[in-house]
Design a protein around this ligand. Sequence first.
Ligand code: MG
Length: 501
Amino acid sequence: MKAKMKKFPSKIAQKILKQYKPIWAQKYLIGLADWDLNTYMPEGGAKARGEAVGQAESIIQQKYLQPELQKDLDRLQNLENKTIYEKALVRVMKREIEHYKKLPPEFVAEFNRTASEGQIAWRNAKKNSDFSIFRDHLAKLIKLTLEKAEYLGYKNHPYDPLIDEFEEGWTVKDLDKYFESIRTPLKELIKTITSKKDYKPEHKLEKAKYDLEKMKRLNHKILEFLKFNKNYSRLDTAPHPFTSEMTTTDTRITTRYSEADFRAPWTATVHEFGHMIYEVQGDPELEYTPLGEGTTLGVHESQSRFYENFIGRSKPLIEKFLPDIQKLGKQLQNATTDDVFDYFNMVRPSLIRVEADEVTYHMHILIRYDLEKALLERKLKVDDLPEAWNSKYEESLGITPPNDARGVLQDIHWSMGVFGYFPTYSIGTTLSAQWKHFLEKDIGSINDLVSNNGISQIHDWLKKNVHIHGKTYDLNNLVKFSTGSDFSSKFLLNYLQKKYA
Ligand code: MG
């Protein structure tokens, strides 16, 4: 408690934190309900669960909009000599409150209704690979999203307030600059890789079947190697792997299994581990405060991608578990470390974003960014979207989807009315390379650390430079604070060049 006083020494900040605690509790329970919904809840529970979470969310809204809390935040804002934590407290809470104030409840209700209907239509459209089933829903969601942008307010572009929801402070101007910095270099790198003499677009291990129980045990062994704390987390199965962050002492992860392609459950587990450790290594002194969780989506993804790509796909990790890999199935018994490494790191232009490799992944995001921006600018008509999608894939990756299910209908985001989210995947992956650069400068190569039981040193570096800060800084300020440099794609480009060119 004493330490907490140091971070939030003023009486008014203490009062605000007291008012925040019931909000925290609602969020905690929503997180738990969400985890359960996506893992063990019987299907019949869906309706009541939706109702309960909706009610809990409206309690949060009421608490945020209490006039007393807003007055207290103004008082804290006007206080001189605030600590950085008190400043961040004002910033984070005012953002939430502004959001609730700007969007009329009737509008939010209509938006949510349209989005639930949109998801059902999208599922149906995807199943039948028929865009026309989803078309009207998407048109309505775009219209409502533009209205939402008006309510939230913007200076230059309706996309600005949308991206800001996910990546605080970012605008179309920043995104354009960022994406232009990677567009051509990556396109050229893909060309270099795919035109190499020994380039193979397939790998024999992709189709190798694995024993489910053995793979599950292997995942737990990998987690143990990563010093996974069973007191603070657990691993379960879910169709779309995710992490549920409740507190620093309870953050849960999931993975998925199929018959073949053991790379998928392996990388998903390590990816979600990265999201998990960000929360578990958070500052206990920030617990129960609005700063006590990972900051933006981009920073969160920078942690999952860090563990997935630099540790999960690394040669020393594969080498360590090669005997286990060989026991996974008949077709794997003669696999070598190099085989598995090549399989884990093969670059191949493909149609599906979630299956993409480190290099082509960004092209998938670029395509979505270009298209969603054009839709919101009304430069692209909804009717022309499938064709625009296909020609972008042809232009960027040299392949055309055979149908809409494997093309424009593959992602759920737009059907939920979520625009401005995709860029954070790319930003996070790029940021992970920046962390790698500075971590290696400080404590040496990640490969060596993985080989020589240096996992704790990696965790500690990320704890000190990223995890411990919670929401105290947004992405740009966190990078600046921890590395002294601005966010930049040059670290990613250098890393990919070195690894693949
Ligand atoms: Mg992720």
